[in-house]
Ligand binder design. Structure first.
Ligand code: HT7
Ligand code: ZN
Length: 874
């Protein structure tokens, strides 16, 4: 396939100003008429051709200023429309007619139908599946959209912007016209037509304008959209208060659909959501679902400024909108909830998804420089590491200059299709800092490693910290330049207080070491007693730290650090070290050392009433098997990791049995509330239940919790304890049947049933997954269902998926090949679960390789899947 390169960017030959679209909706014969006003760009040759993008299109009509164009003057293929001999200097209008079939569009890109609702997804390159156009983000145009459809099946006809007119037509049809005054790229175009339920509210902006808020959901689900509406209003208020950014249309609409390739889409004024991130009530949604809804509603809303008002010049700049908007939604959620607990969750996620990406064959810079299929670059690196890079800018500049830089960015680039250079220039100018070395975070892939050593001089009362950075080669980048790594630190004295003095030199500032050379030392003088170094506090930089720190020093940080995140980091480090060691011993068939010390500190933290429950729950959650595997790095045997982790769980469970029994029974008072406070209490009770059940050695307690549960959070916690710790028990089978029966009519709840089973550990889970694939309500065309079962198995079940026989890999390969025929984007994403295959032990590696080769050799692979499989096998 074609390779696109950042360095090849050049603007279009023709400038588009307006586009007027008319849709006559029909399941298999939707007619799209597109009138586009164009003008040749200054300086472009008079004989330059107009070349529009298409994807599986067929042209039905083509006019220039209202008159049919001579077929000798254009060429139309499914992928391009090329028109020759167009006016040299005057503006002109091209009318393009296409006919498309939403009903048979299984890719869920372009215009498609989901549960009878017409809906679009145009990012990144879906608009070209609707009509021929310059389908690229630097072509900004003003859109007007008229939709005509049968009234009986499309009560609502929606598009971007404000409603201009609507009315009835003949033959039971109706129409609506929408106008969006804000110039936008084609990827932000949206259309929805369907018979939906509606909830309405309004928001008064800081300048006193009233904005109508509407959320459309499937009929009967209106009462599940209240939390999303509340999150939307809080997001609108937050963006005004924190960034001074106001909403800019009279109406903001959200449509929830059940078939969607990703989480949601920020189309101007008309966000389309995967219904999983809109619908919630206590019976069917967990606390985590509520938190995700809040974060994703905020994320899409925040895109209105970071993404829509200022968009990307090209798709290489994707992190310009995504990294920044993730950063904004992270800080929003931190403000709405417990900031340290939110940060801990972010660190876990980054390490679980982005670090392995950076360490494997799919590694790429936050701003890639080449791609074959842009859909494969909506990655943890672009989103999560992209957000970390913005966070580092704030750490380096400080809050005040960061805000000045953001203000300058909005002022200077409103209405632009911008680049990372534009973005960084605003911060450099606002702060007077040189960010050229820092900019390497956007262009160098891989996770830097910082080795840390300390030297305490008792006689001289000096403490020296030496830092050294390195960055391993990644695909296409054999040699790396030195990075600017901002590392927040603290020196904790034996009494738990913090040493306030500054180190020598000017490479440290406000509690942050600026590591810019290969090796740097920082010397603190006048330190009264030997301090303990707390480094990379709050995960100020997305790096790995290599440091010989004693268990006693880690315990000291865990007890005394003034930063809650750093306390958790120390606990987690201690647990990880033990688990890595234990896993290696298990692999070699040796006995494990006692985990008593770890158990003591975990149980003490769990029962420390001065700490918030959500934090205590995070402390109790041992590193996942995949975290341990990542730390081990090579020659991985998932079974020994599983065995070692289970052994530690048992030891902690036995040691804290009384504490866990007490905590497992605690619940927030009163009716269910999704508040962070109550969710934290449930998280602690759930974590304690898992340990208490292990200490019991039988399913009774978990089964009782399952039977007594009055909300989905507690119900699914109990079911997970049963399936993880007592997979073969009759109670577990009964609970699964009861869950299935109770939620048979509720797809989102049923997705949990599939996922929970997909993640059951063991050698035979692949057989269970195969049976579930054949069950009548396993709908292969629904991405949520596919992700729950196949994604849950391949990305969430280390022992089950990596079964030594290779059956797990073969199952995934078969499904990827099959799904690819309908939905390449989904297939490619599922396949990324195998990205770390080279770090497995030799036998599994060979099985994985064979499965990957079977995919590569399959007929008619999509560019999406070929791109991933080729990079994985390279
Ligand atoms: N900006 C949106 C990305 C997205 C997307 C990309 C490719 C294919 C389908 C898609 N649906 C949504 C989502 C976001 O980051 O806000
Ligand atoms: Zn986004």
């Amino acid at each position: 396939g074609q390779v696109f390169k950042l360095k090849d960017y050049r603007p279009t030959d023709f400038v588009v100003e307006r586009i007027d679209l008319t849709f006559e909706l029909d399941p298999t014969q939707t007619r799209v008429v597109s009138r586009i006003s164009l003008q040749r760009r200054d300086g472009v040759a008079a004989d330059a051709e107009l070349v529009f993008d298409g994807d599986e299109l067929s042209l039905e009509g083509l006019q220039l200023d209202g008159r049919d164009i001579d077929p000798a003057l254009y060429t139309a293929t499914p992928d391009t429309l090329t028109i020759r001999e167009l006016p040299a200097s005057v503006p002109f209008e091209i009318t393009v007619t296409t006919v498309i079939s939403p009903q048979t569009n299984t890719q869920l890109m372009g215009l498609y139908r989901t549960n009878g609702v017409y809906c679009t997804q145009c990012e990144a390159q879906g608009f070209r599946r609707i009509t021929y156009f310059y389908d690229r983000p630097d072509v900004l145009a003003v859109y007007s959209v008229t939709i005509i459809a049968r009234k009986s099946e499309t009560r609502y006809l929606l598009s971007n912007g404000n409603l201009v007119s609507s009315g009835s037509l003949d033959e039971g049809r109706h129409c609506a016209t929408w106008f969006d005054p804000h110039p936008k790229p084609s990827y932000l175009f949206a259309l929805v037509g369907g018979d939906l339920g509606l909830i309405e509210d309004s928001f008064t902006t800081m300048s006193g304008r009233e904005v109508a808020l509407k959320i459309y959901v499937e009929h009967g689900k209106e009462n599940r959209a209240g939390y999303a509406m509340d999150a939307l209003k809080r997001s609108m208020k937050w963006d005004e208060e924190v960034y001074g950014l106001e909403y800019d249309l009279d109406i903001f609409q959200i449509v929830a659909v059940s078939d969607f390739n990703m989480g949601a889409m920020e189309n101007k004024g008309l966000n389309v959501f995967n219904d999983k991130y809109v619908l919630a009530d206590p019976e069917t949604a967990t606390d985590a679902d509520y938190a995700n809804i809040e974060a994703i509603i905020a994320h899409e809303y925040f895109h209105n400024w970071t993404g829509n008002r200022i968009t990307c010049r090209d798709w290489f700049q994707l992190c310009l909108k995504e990294g920044l908007t993730v950063y904004r939604d992270h800080t929003f959620s931190a403000d709405q909830r417990s900031a340290p607990v939110k940060r801990i969750a972010e660190i876990r996620l980054l390490k679980a998804h982005q670090f392995p990406e950076d360490a494997g064959p799919l590694a790429h810079p936050v701003r890639p420089e080449t791609y074959r299929e842009i859909n494969n670059f909506y990655t943890a690196t672009v989103y999560e590491k992209g957000s970390e890079v913005v966070r580092m800018i704030r750490t380096i500049l400080g809050a005040e200059d960061f805000r000045k830089g953001m203000d300058l960015y909005f002022e200077r680039h409103d209405g632009d299709a911008a680049t990372i250079e534009d973005f960084l220039a605003c911060f450099a100018e606002a702060s007077g800092r040189d960010l050229r070395q820092f900019a390497l975070w956007y262009s160098q892939a891989g996770t830097p490693s910082v080795s840390v050593s300390t030297d305490w001089n008792e006689a001289g009362h000096t403490f020296k910290v030496t830092l050294e950075q390195s960055l391993a080669a990644t695909p296409g980048q054999p040699r790396k330049a030195l990075m600017h790594i901002p590392l927040a630190y603290g020196l904790i004295l034996p009494d738990g207080s913090e040493f306030a003095g500054q180190p020598s030199g000017n490479d440290a500032e406000n509690g942050v070491f600026h590591l810019t050379r290969r090796k740097q030392s920082f010397t603190f003088t006048g330190v009264p007693e030997r301090p303990v170094l707390s480094i990379n506090r709050g995960f100020s930089a997305p790096v790995t730290i290599a440091m010989e720190q004693s268990a006693a020093d880690l315990a000291h940080i865990a007890r005394h650090d003034s930063d809650g995140v750093a306390r958790w980091q120390a606990l987690n480090e201690q647990a990880t070290r033990y688990l890595v060691e234990a896993s290696k011993l298990c692999r070699d068939g040796r006995n494990l050392p006692s985990a008593q010390k770890l158990a003591e500190i975990l149980v003490a933290t769990a029962s420390d009433e001065s700490l918030e429950p959500a934090f205590r729950a995070q402390a109790l959650a041992l590193p996942a098997e995949s975290d341990i595997a990542r730390e081990i790095g090579s020659n991985i045997d998932p079974d020994s990791i599983h065995a070692a982790r289970n052994a530690v769980l048992s030891e902690v469970a036995r040691f804290g049995a009384d504490v866990f029994a007490r905590l497992a029974g605690a619940a927030p008072e009163g009716a269910y509330s999704p508040s962070a406070e109550d969710a934290g209490k449930r998280a602690l009770a759930g974590a304690a239940l898992a340990y208490a059940a292990i200490a019991d050695g039988g399913p009774g307690r978990a089964m009782a919790a399952f039977d007594a549960a009055d909300n989905m959070t507690v119900l699914s916690q109990a079911l997970q304890v049963l399936t993880q710790s007592f997979p073969a028990a009759a109670e577990t089978a009964d609970a699964l049947t009861a869950f299935r029966t109770r939620f048979s009519g509720d797809p989102l709840a049923l997705d949990k049933w599939y996922a929970i089973q997909a993640m059951m550990p063991g050698k035979t889970t692949w057989r269970r997954v195969e049976e579930l694939l054949d069950s009548p309500d396993f709908d292969r065309s629904n991405p949520n269902r596919v992700r729950s079962l196949i994604g849950g198995f391949s990305a969430g079940n280390p022992t089950g998926f990596n079964v030594a026989s290779g059956d797990g890999y073969r199952l995934l390969a078969r499904e990827v090949i099959d799904i690819d025929k309908r939905n390449p984007q989904l297939a490619a994403r599922l396949l990324t679960a195998m990205r770390s295959w080279r770090s497995l032990e030799a036998g599994r590696q060979e099985q994985a390789r064979l499965a990957l080769v079977s995919i590569r050799e399959a007929a008619n692979l999509s560019p999406d899947v070929s791109d991933i499989v080729d990079r994985m096998l390279d």
